[in-house]
Design a protein around this ligand. Structure first.
Ligand code: CA
Length: 227
């Protein structure tokens, strides 16, 4: 999952970026509204964290421009304490949630996870495509209740495919949403990772959870279980 942080306070931006990278997100950083606006229009962002008080363009203007341009990713705004009017205006402009500074990183992470899963139609924090279950907060995967040990790269890829269960996801989309710009796009890393995930989820090759559609990409094939 790819997060855009638009925040002009350099220490806070660096802290957020480090925390999100440590959680396995690909992170884009913008230090003012103009750079943020561009990043949100040009990159394959899954969720944006936007400070409202920004140089160049305000956070509110950035959000309005994105929404007017048809950008639909969820947006979490950061506001100063006591400015309730800002929260209302931010939500009215098209933001989805807000946090008041200062905030706990754990709360930011939980809110981002909720925004990301709701954007794909998942009401609860555990994604179920029986017999596979993926717990977004614990970053834990089970098959028929048995834990599956995944590396963080494998987990991130599976999480993306399961959040979009039933949809065909191209390799370009996976690369853009899971990795930062320096990723070698010509490598066969994705094929290798998908192969490993398949062997771990389905050692007896009876489930076939991930389908390869030649020339189009991958699809997590197991049905979404009713909530
Ligand atoms: Ca600011």
């Amino acid at each position: 999952m790819r997060v855009l942080i638009v925040e002009d306070e350099a220490p806070l931006r660096a802290q957020l970026a480090a925390c999100l990278r440590q959680q396995g997100y690909a992170v884009d950083e913008a230090e003012d509204g103009q750079v943020g606006l561009y990043a949100g229009q040009e990159y394959s962002i899954d969720v944006a964290v936007v400070d409202l008080g920004l140089p160049q363009l305000s956070g509110m203007q950035v959000i309005q421009h994105w929404r007017a341009a048809g950008r639909r990713f969820p947006i979490l705004i950061l506001t100063a304490r006591g400015r309730w009017q800002d929260k209302v205006a931010g939500l009215e402009a098209g933001a989805d949630d807000y946090l008041v500074k200062p905030f706990e990183l754990e709360e930011l992470l939980a809110r981002l996870r909720a925004l990301l899963r709701r954007a794909e139609g998942w009401a609860r924090p555990v994604i179920r495509c029986e017999p596979v279950m993926l717990d977004l907060s614990a970053q834990r995967v089970t098959v028929n209740g048995d834990a599956v040990e995944l590396t963080s790269y494998e987990y991130r890829l599976l999480e993306y495919l399961m959040l979009h269960a039933g949809q065909v996801i191209s390799k370009t989309e996976l690369t853009e949403h899971l990795y930062e710009e320096d990723f070698d796009r010509d490598s066969n890393v994705l094929e290798v990772l998908v192969g490993r995930i398949r062997r771990k989820l389905d050692p007896t090759q009876t489930l076939n959870p991930i389908e390869t559609l030649r020339g189009r990409g991958y699809r997590f094939r197991l049905q979404r279980s009713p909530a």
